[in-house]
Design a protein around this ligand. Structure first.
Ligand code: BES
Ligand code: ZN
Ligand code: ZN
Length: 509
């Protein structure tokens, strides 16, 4: 999707469709109260009549499309909901709804008028960013395997008009940055959506290597032989049931400033999670191609970090393996020795994410001594039960890091909720035969016992764990965080969030 900023009013520029927002009826709400020019009196009259007849109510997700009487194109009004609860996420969703409603309806260019989307709690810059976020993310479709596709909006233009023309240069800068991030998000979603026969651990390693070439990043791929030499028993055990061997992939972005901090980002990259010998039930098992979302997000984060030249040094670690049952698969009862020497008693081969992460976390800590460590993982079904499918669970051993991520989350609209990690959870992952066990016999607090397990491999490094099992992908039955996205598909949750954190963390330092 092409994204532009134009200082003219949308009506003067005449795109195929002009989009504007309308608050839910209530005090003073009225569609287009002052924003149409004199020559558009007729359109204004039409809209006002529709408003008075209650055809337009301004409710969220409500779309009204009218033709300008002179046939110069269409005007689209999208409901913003009540004025009191207006925030950037309302803008994101509205823009997504607008773009989606035009799918297959002969509109190539969509021009948003900026002023209706600016409000008490949403300044012009946030509104511009949110408009293009919503339009690009909501308009995204994974069409790689479809021979026929319906055309949709190809170009969006944000029109500043008289109200905001003076802020043109600042807003253009914001749009340039946001578009780069969105390009990366789209790229990440395309990769995360690939099925497991294609997106194997080897393929993810190739993607990392070609990214390294493209952007001048140092990339190291550890194959199964190297992993054995390094005693990465966790990742090897999980990958042992598949003909596609596991890979530990490390990317390094040197950082914008010489004496900057190092932030390590570690991702779970299970290219398919069948559960292994502890086989999952068949229903929705196809969703487990998204079990690589954490590692793919790490790849996206490194891509954006290098493109936007974020201040800190960033190390990305992708723990990639395919979890399948076979004669060579690891089994319940096995004990594996991991990179940092700690041992794991495997009680359930379906709790494989924490097993691959044990090597990746241990490696990141020992090799790079990062100032901060963030992991992203579609780790537990318990996270989805606890927080639903739009919110990620956050567990952090460092309040400043947690706060930084929560404030990044507030600005990108990717919801996070911090959960506690206590000795209660630590107690539950102790093993009778090894240092730690990968599953507990009692079910409660599954997201947090998983976090307690990971903590063993992090040590004292300030650490934040993002369990993205819920928000990493959407399904047709659940409408998830990604604005208006109705189909099953990857969201690249965490990319915008962590990139925002990396951009802002330099500002704070
Ligand atoms: N990949 C799954 C978690 C998951 C579930 C992600 C649903 C996305 C949607 C993970 O490997 C898993 O199977 N976890 C088990 C752990 C249990 C066996 C201790 C779970 O959550 O049931
Ligand atoms: Zn699993
Ligand atoms: Zn898994």
């Amino acid at each position: 999707m092409k994204v532009q900023v134009d200082r003219r009013d949308a009506l003067a520029a005449a795109p195929d469709v002009v989009a504007s927002g309308v608050f839910e009826r209530g005090e003073k709400a009225e569609p287009f109260p002052t924003s149409l020019k004199k020559e558009d009196e007729a359109t204004r009259g039409l809209l006002r009549a529709a408003w008075e007849r209650k055809e337009i109510r301004g409710k969220r997700r409500e779309i009204t499309i009218v033709h300008a009487p002179d046939g110069r194109g269409r005007i689209l009004l999208v409901g913003l909901g009540p004025r009191e609860s207006f925030r950037s996420e309302s803008v994101r969703r509205a823009a997504a709804d607008a773009v989606r409603s035009l799918k297959g309806r002969g509109a190539r260019t969509l021009g948003f008028r900026l002023s209706p989307f600016v409000g008490d709690s949403v300044d012009a810059e946030s509104a511009v960013r949110a408009l293009i976020d919503g339009a690009v993310l909501g308009g995204y479709e994974f069409t790689r395997y479809q021979s026929k596709t319906e055309g949709g909006v190809e170009e969006i233009v944000v029109h500043l008009g008289e109200d905001h023309a003076r802020e043109e240069s600042a807003l253009k800068k914001a749009v340039a940055e946001e578009s780069e991030i969105l390009d990366v998000v789209v790229w990440t979603r395309d990769l995360a959506n690939l099925p497991a026969d294609t997106a194997t651990p080897e393929r993810l390693a190739e993607e990392a290597q070609s990214l390294g070439k493209e952007l001048g990043l140092k990339v190291t791929v550890f194959d199964e032989r190297k992993l054995a030499e390094m005693h990465c028993g966790g990742i090897l055990a999980v990958g042992s049931g598949s003909v596609h061997p596991p890979r530990l992939i490390v990317l390094e972005y040197p950082g914008g400033s010489k004496r900057g901090r190092t932030i390590a980002v570690v991702g779970k990259g299970i290219t398919f999670d069948s559960g292994g010998i502890s086989l999952k039930p068949g229903l929705n098992m196809s969703h487990m191609k998204f079990d690589k979302s954490g590692a793919v997000a790490v790849l996206g984060i490194l891509r954006a970090a290098a493109m936007l030249k974020v201040p800190p040094r960033v190390v990305g670690v992708m723990c990639c393996a395919e979890n399948l049952p076979s004669g060579s698969a690891y089994r319940p009862g096995d004990v594996v020795r991991t990179f940092n020497g700690k041992t794991i008693e495997v009680l359930n081969t379906d709790a494989e994410g924490r097993v691959v992460l044990s090597d990746g976390l241990g490696y990141a800590v020992q090799q790079y001594h990062p100032h901060e460590l963030i992991d992203l993982a579609t780790l537990t079904g318990a996270e989805v039960v606890a927080l639903g499918d739009d919110t990620a669970g956050l567990v952090a051993t460092d309040d400043k890091l947690a706060q930084g991520l929560l404030s990044a989350s507030a600005s990108t609209g990717e919801p996070l909720w911090r959960m506690p990690l206590t000795d209660y959870h630590r107690e539950l992952v102790k093993s009778d035969v090894a240092d730690v066990r990968n599953s507990t016999e009692i079910p409660p607090a599954g997201m947090l016992t998983a976090a307690a397990f990971l903590e063993t491999f992090v040590g004292k490094t300030p650490w934040a764990h993002l369990d993205i099992a819920g928000p990493a992908y959407t399904t047709p039955t659940t409408r998830k965080y990604q604005p208006s996205y109705q189909n099953t598909g990857a969201t690249a949750f965490g990319v915008r969030l962590v990139v925002r954190y990396l951009l802002d963390s330099g500002r704070a330092a």
